[in-house]
Design a protein around this ligand. Sequence first.
Ligand code: XCC
Ligand code: SF4
Length: 636
Amino acid sequence: MAKQPKPTETLSIWKDAQKMITKARKDGVETVWDRFEQQTPGCKFCELGLTCKNCNMGPCRISPKEGGKMQRGVCGADGDVIVARNFGRFVAGGSAGHSDHGRDLIEVLEAIVEGRAPDYSIKDEQKLFRVAEEVGIAVADKSAIQVAKELADSCFDDFGSRRKQISFVGRVPEKRQAVWQKHNVVPRGIDREIAEMMHRTHMGCDNDAVSTLLHSARTALADGWGGSMIGTELSDIIFGTPAPSNSQVNLGVIKKDEVNILVHGHNPVVSEMVLAAAREPEMIERAKAAGASGINIGGLCCTGNELLSRQGIPMAGNHLMTELAIVTGAVEAVVVDYQCIMPGMVQAAACYHTQFITTSDKARFTGATHISFTPEQAAEQARQIIDMAISAFAGRDASRVDIPDTPVDIMCGFSNEALLAMLGGSLDPLLDAVKSGAVRGFAAIVGCNNPKFQHDSQNVGLAKELIKRDILVLATGCVTTAAGKAGLLVPEGAKMAGPGLSKLCKSLDIPPVLHFGSCVDNSRVIHLCGLIADALGVDIANLPVWGASPEWYSEKAVAIGLYCVASGIPVHIGTPPHITGSKLVTDIALNGLEEIFGASFLVEPDFGAAAAQMDERISAKRLALGLTDPAGDRVK
Ligand code: XCC
Ligand code: SF4
């Protein structure tokens, strides 16, 4: 018997999503929620992390039943080893994604230096010199191009295996470095740690769950303080460091009478060029000749966040909105690079006139139109993409167009540099607010959507709960769109905050939730925590801070969570990764990491309960720092 479709209000908290899910059903478009239903319930063994396919004596699976003789795989691996190995590879996957993204920016910087990328330039020279100096490059009397060359070389070297530690470890507070040294997890080379993870998890290598988990932490640190940080810093140098500006969010940013192009994925290398081409008068003329009134670029997911941060382009939606954006029937082209692009989008696009254009040779989709994007031909290829979208406009069927909402205003584009500038060049005003208790602590809410939850219910719920408790929230990744739609990314959102935070927001004219960019930009968050710890003369683990990813889904999210924990920042997640088949591994994640890194994971599917626990720890950390916690008993 066919299942009844679930009421749309139970699937997403948003009106635009609910309307488009209904339209998708009517138009016969399959969405992530339909496929989730088909896949439920998932395989129990896999959910517990107790299946192994690492060799061809298997596959093996361990029964989670307590008691009796302990089951082992054909090779003799027990459940703890299998779970730890699977988790290690999961972290390696996420770290590889972020880091390979970072590498692509080094290649663009190299192409700029060598004069092969005429369409790109160095937008933030000041930052170029500052970062170069930080990683030990002598910059005096050198040209920007020379410094850029040396910085690109240094970044490439961070990926290799000849260094004892990656460059940005120099940014880590000494107390934290000492923790890493003690447990031998200082990341040496980004590719090295990832490759070593794959090696260790080959049959017959690292057969001790604790040892494998420690290397998982090292691999994740190579992402956070390595690949991701390189991604962020070089993006700022090439495309400009984000500064606050205003934009809009939700499916209402799609324009009825314009050629709509949505950029999706993660890397700004392609999307920045698409945007630049869309702004050329000649391209706009061509769109007009085709009967449109202009060209509209909207963002999805993290490449959207990259453009939102630096260029203020509007955001159409986050992860679970990506197929629904196509269902509006008003999208001429979706231009993607890599990561988090649901293959289902190709089928959705095929139901309308939408062109689905891939640009990275690393991320090809059967059924898509592929343009192999290179820095050498960037502008020309971007114009080609715009032309394809303009041609598609003629195929739009007006009777199938439905743009379901009007956009919500947001403030976007915070970076550590922007925050410092806003505070008058020093962190002191912020630290004073923390000391007085006006701001009791900080939480970064990070990442994704997952159909296991009502879309964005946890992301928004948690953000609201935290700001009510005078905890300043930084949002990255797909949480930014959720926070924006909820009215939390504008200064007026401060009316939802507690009295202390609300007052600070008013005095600085900032929202209670700060848009801190894409997922690689979580490197900004750990960097900021390092700066605050140094300013207070303590370890990061002593700070009243949290990370959270209530609706996470991706390997990258776990890499982020683990590098935060290994950096001393506790992390709340809404669902556990596939580790619960091992009591040992689960205990380490929830408690054991606390002894090693001074922070661990909190798994809590209910945002209210999570906020209460986060609050409690923030209170305890404040008291341990010798600060009072004036708001401690206000929220009970
Ligand atoms: Fe998660 Fe990154 Fe992807 Fe969105 S896009 S679904 S990883 S939050 Ni970055
Ligand atoms: Fe089975 Fe061991 Fe091979 Fe994994 S590595 S599939 S547990 S024999």
